[in-house]
Write a protein that binds this ligand. Structure first.
Ligand SMILES: NC(=O)c1ccc[n+]([C@@H]2O[C@H](COP(=O)([O-])OP(=O)(O)OC[C@H]3O[C@@H](n4cnc5c(N)ncnc54)[C@H](OP(=O)(O)O)[C@@H]3O)[C@@H](O)[C@H]2O)c1
Length: 298
């Protein structure tokens, strides 16, 4: 992509140059923002410096002339080490963590006189700077509005979720929960298929069909959880109980690890024991909670 004119674009800084930090800084450079970069391991700035970025010796030096600073590090502990004696600026934390960590970091930033936004990146590095990128933000709405056009350089349409500093990362964690357990399911399915002599490429042709069916299951869960009603007219928890028993028995015969499957079976068994065997699978989301919470109605 050809860099655009840098004259009218606000100065920015990126702290943390792992794969994601490099992608963020690259998108800002491509959009024509004068960009300072800092990383604990300075060598990782080399490719960005070759594209026009300025390498800063410290996080505070990177932030000095920037109207917007992006932080993208391994975790909140690492992020906490870069917050220091800064000039007044606006900081957007795009590091993944927990909602309570996000709220505590907002308190620290405010105590240091920094205007603060939290963000959560839902897209891989290759999508950053493209229309396909999805990044969620939260914190003071005026701060988000004032920086919306700069944040748009990171790709997609910046999504604002509200004033609660923990809400962006809460969405992120719930979606990562879905991803992490799905990865575990994909890995186990390939292990069982291979143990039964099914070639991975042949199996993939059928497994992708299940992937295509997942979106309607997700929207079906949302409908049932919102209504608080769990009709089992399409499939029931009792049926799922029988199904997962067959899978575990077959996996056991091949000596495969069944830990993840048994954990899933335990939740299904709890639902049946509680009298929900005839319900649809969305009921399992309630069974996982220690007490049934009131769900938001929207
Ligand atoms: N990569 C993705 O596709 C992706 C997608 C969505 C969200 N994210 C999130 O983006 C964040 C960054 O991810 P990443 O892929 O760029 O790589 P990462 O491995 O999660 O983070 C690497 C960055 O953290 C720095 N770091 C680690 N420990 C540090 C410490 N104690 N003090 C200072 N700096 C420290 C590293 O510095 P050094 O270079 O010096 O080690 C490097 O800049 C993470 O929270 C991740 O969950 C990533």
């Amino acid at each position: 992509m050809t860099p655009q004119s840098t004259t009218a674009k606000p100065r920015v800084a990126v702290l943390g140059l792992g794969p994601m930090g490099q992608a963020l800084a690259g998108a800002l450079l491509a959009a024509g923002h004068p960009t300072a970069v800092w990383n604990r391991t300075p060598e990782k700035a080399a490719a960005l410096v070759a594209r026009g970025a300025t390498r800063a010796a410290t996080p505070a030096a990177a932030a000095r002339d920037a109207s917007l600073v992006l932080g993208c590090l391994l975790d909140y502990h690492a992020f906490g080490t870069v917050l220091g004696d800064w000039p007044a600026t606006t900081l957007v934390n795009l590091t993944t963590g927990r909602p309570d960590e996000a709220r505590a970091m907002a308190d620290r930033a405010h105590a240091a006189g920094i205007d603060y936004l939290e963000g959560a990146i839902l897209s891989p590095t290759a999508m950053i700077g493209t229309p396909a990128a999805t990044i969620l933000y939260c914190g003071p709405e005026p701060t988000f509005d004032a920086n919306r056009s700069t944040l748009a350089a990171l790709g997609g349409t910046p999504s604002y979720l509200g004033a609660d500093f923990g809400i962006a990362v809460a969405y992120d964690l719930a979606l990562l929960d879905l991803f992490a357990t799905a990865v575990s399911g994909v890995a186990h399915a390939f292990a069982l298929a291979s143990a039964e002599g099914i070639p991975p490429r042949v199996f993939a042709g059928y497994a992708t069909g299940i992937g295509a069916w997942l979106p309607s299951m997700v929207t079906g869960f949302a409908e049932q959880l919102t209504a608080g009603e769990f009709p089992g007219d399409r499939s029931t928890i009792t049926s799922a109980s029988a199904g997962i028993s067959h899978i575990i028995d077959a996996a056991d015969r091949h000596g495969l690890d069944t830990g993840v499957l048994r954990a899933a079976q335990a939740v299904i068994d709890r639902a049946v024991m509680a009298g929900h065997g005839d319900d649809g699978l969305a009921r399992l989301s309630q069974i996982l909670a220690p007490a049934t919470p009131a769900l938001p109605s929207h």
